[in-house]
Write a protein that binds this ligand. Structure first.
Ligand code: ZN
Ligand code: ZN
Length: 239
């Protein structure tokens, strides 16, 4: 009785687009159909951008010319449409259900990519922003991915230095200059790793890849190779 009354008062809605849905659903049909992971074999293994047909399999021209500091990059989704809306619901509205859905749908890719002895490291946020929002989205993402793959995660090793201004308010050149000295390693929290373990730098959205590159460079300076993992990636126009 209470259950049917509750559904009358608060009809169940899609956690992405808020359209009415069946009682036992999380997403509407349109959103769930729009959520399809990127086809990994068709992406450049260094920057996770789609490769042109003739370049498959292989590394894209821009990574050959100017390789990023991370050895490999994996993006689970293109940052657009229902995936973008799901991430915004999570980051702005605090609703984790859609992110759970994204990770469950991409579960096979995650389990094939990340081994149980690997380590996830969230891209650290500037402390001031973390204090303001009370959230560390990349760390939450690591926690959820670790639960799916059985691997470990450590958020204290890689640190942000200082309080950089919001990246979105800066020019491309200013962003790169800031990122160049944005990260440091806290040796007190350096984890021990199996010899063939991969260190995955994890971020929610990969845009130019510069943040992941400079985080990977910080690790590389201490002789730690790393790979990059993004929940979603912006694709080039037409890509
Ligand atoms: Zn929907
Ligand atoms: Zn590439």
């Amino acid at each position: 009785m209470w259950s049917s009354l509750r559904h009358l008062l608060f009809p169940p809605a899609c956690c992405i687009c808020q359209q009415p849905i069946a009682h036992d659903a999380t997403l509407c049909r349109r959103c769930s159909q729009a959520i399809t992971p990127l086809p990994q074999p068709r992406l450049c293994p260094r920057c996770a951008l789609p490769l042109p047909e003739g370049a498959l399999p292989g590394t894209c021209g821009s990574c050959l010319n100017d390789p990023p500091a991370h050895r490999r990059a994996v993006a689970l989704y293109a940052y657009k449409e229902a995936v973008r809306d799901a991430i915004l619901q999570w980051k702005l509205g605090g609703d984790e259900r859609a992110i759970d859905w994204l990770l469950t749908v991409a579960g096979d890719t995650l389990r094939q990519t990340i081994q149980p002895h690997d380590l996830l490291i969230p891209i650290p946020m500037p402390l001031a922003r973390m204090r303001r929002t009370g959230q560390h989205h990349a760390a939450n993402l690591c926690r959820m991915i670790a639960a799916i793959t059985g691997c470990r995660w450590e958020w204290r090793w890689l640190r942000r230095t200082g309080n950089q201004p919001r990246q979105s308010s800066l020019s491309h050149k200013e962003r790169r200059n800031n990122l160049r000295r944005a990260f440091t390693l806290d040796t007190d929290h350096q984890p021990t790793l199996a010899g063939d373990a991969t260190i995955w730098l994890v971020d929610d959205i990969m845009t130019t890849g510069a943040t992941l590159h400079f985080a990977a460079r910080t690790l590389a300076r201490q002789h730690h190779a790393s790979a990059a993992l993004a929940l979603a990636r912006t694709l080039r126009k037409g890509g």
